[in-house]
Ligand binder design. Structure first.
Ligand code: 3PG
Ligand code: MG
Length: 399
């Protein structure tokens, strides 16, 4: 039984729906540079319209900090959104005064132009709630923000999750809350200091923690390995050792690279070679995991049922330092396709790294959320999810 409400639990016919989405899309020269986030909300919009409701669509764009910043207006997004909706026009309403009719989509101006949004101000939430009968949140990627359109308004209207939010919550639930065992996690990226809480939560939840990226260098250094010119948080060595000890107590094995691809610097086409981890030349830096490590990760994944992945294994933006991430991503895609592995990935860079590996559509689920995915990996309760929980609201029964 789901503990949060979805579109299945609400009668939408003739209703006005306030739909919070994440249209915080990359813009270049006044146009949308990537429409992924827009495409992902189309099924929810289409379903709500098909069920006879009208939609007041609300989103933020960028961080205007309570001021009107013309370049961050949502106005140009009305047409882009409209181009994905066959029979539905999208009306942009800067002042939000247009009362929505069934079958219509009215797009509000950037919520963060108003300081009441980030301030979770009760007057602001009230004014949003007055535009609709029902509140639907389809923005998992914003659920870590206790803002007016995410927290405040959800307390004033009957609230439920949209299809994208639902999909995301179900995928995350299958990956960590209620997974098939054994579970492995891959955590990469540059710094352990930014992912300490993620690591501390994961060691209590997974059987295998595979650490890659420059973050692994700090663990290696803590274990007495000379990492030479590699990026490394030397001041975090004690913390790293603490995590290793806690993992042991929790029955989680931490896997570190035992070979690496090294080079003199980080640039495309730089001379790179593979060395064992205890033979890093003094003038070189680690830029990717080596082939032996890759083979070991892949054979480990063969023994696992579930994988949670956040962060690349190497400096994937530069070739050939994407090879470790690519090989592991492709193996994961294959195991997923064969039904052997449930694979869930997310976080800012991770999506780009998996896209670069050509597997953007081959995992069980890839979340487009950045900060929200990380906070979920930390085991935190996201405010935008908490307000959707059935026990936290009294929604009128479907008639
Ligand atoms: C995102 O892009 O991560 C979300 O839209 C949240 O944006 P924010 O980090 O500015 O709150
Ligand atoms: Mg962000």
């Amino acid at each position: 039984m789901r503990s949060f409400r979805t579109l299945d639990d609400i009668d939408l016919a003739g209703k006005r729906v306030l739909l919070r989405v994440d249209m915080n899309v990359p813009m270049r020269g006044g146009s949308v540079a990537d429409t992924t986030r827009i495409e992902k909300i189309i099924p929810t919009i289409t379903e709500i319209i098909a069920k006879g409701a009208g939609i007041v669509l609300a989103s933020h764009l960028g961080r205007p900090k309570g001021q009107v910043v013309n370049e961050l207006s949502l106005a140009p997004l009305a047409n882009v959104l409209g181009s994905f909706l066959k029979d539905t026009d999208v009306i942009f309403s800067a002042d939000g005064a247009h009362l929505v009719n069934p079958g219509e989509v009215v797009l509000l101006e950037n919520l963060r132009f108003n300081p009441g949004e980030e301030g979770n101000d009760s007057e602001f939430s009230k004014s949003l709630s007055q535009k609709a009968d029902i509140y639907i949140n389809d923005a998992f990627s914003c659920a870590h923000r206790a803002h007016g359109s995410i927290d405040g308004v959800a307390r004033l209207l009957p609230a439920a999750a949209g299809r994208l939010m639902q999909q995301e919550l179900e995928a995350l639930n299958n990956a960590l809350e209620n997974p098939s065992q054994p579970v492995a996690a891959i955590v990469g990226g540059n710094k352990i200091s930014t992912k300490l809480s993620v690591l501390e939560n994961l060691i209590t939840k997974v059987r295998h923690l595979i650490v890659g990226g420059a973050m692994a260098n700090t663990f290696l250094f803590a274990n007495g390995i000379a990492v030479a010119q590699s990026l490394c948080e030397r001041g975090m060595a004690d913390t790293a050792r603490g995590i290793i000890d806690k993992a042991k107590d929790a029955g989680c094995t931490i896997h570190l690279p035992f070979d690496a691809i090294v080079a003199a610097g980080l640039e495309d086409g730089v001379a790179a070679r593979t060395v064992l981890i205890n033979e890093i030349p003094a003038d070189k830096m680690i830029l990717d995991v080596g082939p032996k490590t890759v083979a070991q990760i892949i054979s480990l994944l063969k023994t696992c049922k579930t994988l949670v992945w956040n962060g690349p294994l190497g400096a994937f933006e530069f070739k050939p330092f994407d090879s470790g991430t690519n090989a592991v991503a492709q193996a994961t895609a294959e195991f997923t396709k064969e039904g052997m592995l449930l694979s869930v990935a997310g976080g800012g860079d991770t999506m780009f790294a998996l896209d670069n590996a050509g597997v953007a559509h081959s995992f069980s689920y890839i979340s487009s959320a950045g900060g929200a995915f990380l906070e979920w990996l930390e085991g935190r309760t996201l405010p935008g999810i908490a307000v959707l929980m059935k026990e936290n609201q009294a929604l009128p029964k479907k008639t």
